[in-house]
Design a protein around this ligand. Sequence first.
Ligand SMILES: Nc1ncnc2c1ncn2[C@@H]1O[C@H](COP(=O)(O)OP(=O)(O)OP(=O)(O)O)[C@@H](O)[C@H]1O
Length: 598
Amino acid sequence: ERYDNRWTLATNEEHFFSVSRDISGAELLHGLLSAPWLQSLLKVRVFIHSFKEVLIPTHEVRELYCLLRRPHVQALLLAHDTVARKDYDPVLPLVPEGVPGDEEAMRIICLVKNNQPLGATIKKDEMTGDIQVARVIHGGLADRSGLLHPGDKLVEVNGSSVEGLEPEQVIQILFKSQGTIVFKLIPNSPQPENSQATVFLRAMADYCPLRDPTIPCPAAGMAYSKGDLLEIVDQTDACWWQARKLPSAGPCAGLVPSNSWLKRKQREMWWSQPSQVHTCIRPCEFHPDFLSSEIQQLNKNVLICFLTFYPYLRLPSDPCGRGYVQPTSGFRRSLRLFRRRTQNKRRLSCHSCCPSKALSSPYEEVVRYQRNPEDPPRLIVLLGPSGVGVNELRKRLMKTNPSTFQGAIPHTSRPKKSSEESGKEYHFISKELFEYMVCNHRFLEYGEFKGHLYGTSVDAIKEVLDGGKICLIDIEPHSIQSVRTKTLKPYFVFVASPSLERLRLTRRSARVVASSHLTRHFTDEDFQEMQECGRSMEARYRQYFDSVLVNDVLQDACLQLYSIIRRAQDEPQWVPVSWLKPVQPGRRDVETTNSPKV
Ligand SMILES: Nc1ncnc2c1ncn2[C@@H]1O[C@H](COP(=O)(O)OP(=O)(O)OP(=O)(O)O)[C@@H](O)[C@H]1O
């Protein structure tokens, strides 16, 4: 150790003397060797060397080494380093001398054309005649490039000046271009970020951009059908929103008319038809021509409330006796036939005459809702054309799962029979109380049969739900709005008929009630009527259907309905946003149609 110290001392002295003797270049070399960066480099080398000796490369290490040396990983690491150094600004040549300071900055951008549309629209500035980028479609090629912005002024496309051209001519140039498109443009001042939150809407009407003369760019428009779920990704333009249909097929949004724009159009359309005969101003009459001969023969005493009716009548021989009501399907069918004929008249009159009804909300704001297991179950509502099997399905589910499903006990003003018990078959109440309940909107559906009132009350349904059972009801579609409340949070299942061939095959032994006492086999005419009725129900009301079930093989349809109901109860579903908002004091919980804010 002493020897080493002496040696170190000696060499240091030697160096010192050499330097002091000013040997040529010695000072420089000394400075170089004692530079901190060289010292660090040497330390790294020593470290790597010792590491290499210790490490016996295992199979995994070798594999990792190979992986890390692959070109794409290398490229990734390089990209990472570049980004980390923020070294991605292009190196621009210096501005040549003599360029005036107020010259507008130009941007040259290259976009590679592939099968996708560019995703931007252009317009001509009426004042200056400039061609400008009108809008950039969310998720489109231009948007993803981040290089084109609304308001950017187009100067050249592929080296050709666009000055004095019409937008259509520019589009032609773009259309003909292949591969890379080079735009020269004057960028608009920085755009404010779109800070609006994404809104989800359910379309309450159909829309086809190709049939809309007001849309600024039909090719950028997005068609939708009533019931479709739309994700509104951009509401910057008050008239034309950008939306994606859910479940989303691609990243690119499309133009859809805004809520206020559609309402304005609806109002204009309504007021532009003043010459139309406003039939609903006249009181609606029951004309014998409206009644099918079947119904006329059936019961002359039937008086039906024009808008609602009571769908069930309990049979004395209810085999289950669990308090649910056995429907007399034939009679319901007759009522449905009657109502279908009168419905056309009602539909015409309301839409042409009452602006408040005709100008319904084109969209309904919706949110994902997951029922809390402690909350009452959601009400399950079945709808379908007469004879399709709504009652059969309902009955079977209740019979096979009596501890899970239950119907609502109806109210009636009819006197109680000696064999009956109030609150079991019916809630027997006086006619005055019944009418009082009607006035207080306590019934979802009600009607009069042979001078007695019958109805399904909200309270009867709530009683079932509060007891923890799933309440299964079936209603006529026109009652949908009265059922759509935040309290009941109904889930609508539309029961559709299968094809004509399948109906003939599966309904061989099925019977339709021809009169209050007679049943008969289905005819081809019945099947056709069932399908027509189903189609028109779907066309008019499908925006409210949460699920559609085709009742083909009964057993399968039962199982499918069961799983639909389970999903409705246990999985997140889209519901109107108003169902999750607290009820304002003094407001009735009935109206759910909600229009989004613009
Ligand atoms: N999938 C099916 N396969 C075979 N028969 C069926 C099927 N679904 C229903 N049926 C039978 O069809 C007939 C009519 O069914 P159901 O009474 O349930 O009709 P509905 O839709 O309630 O119509 P309505 O309101 O007129 O009574 C019944 O005889 C029923 O058993």
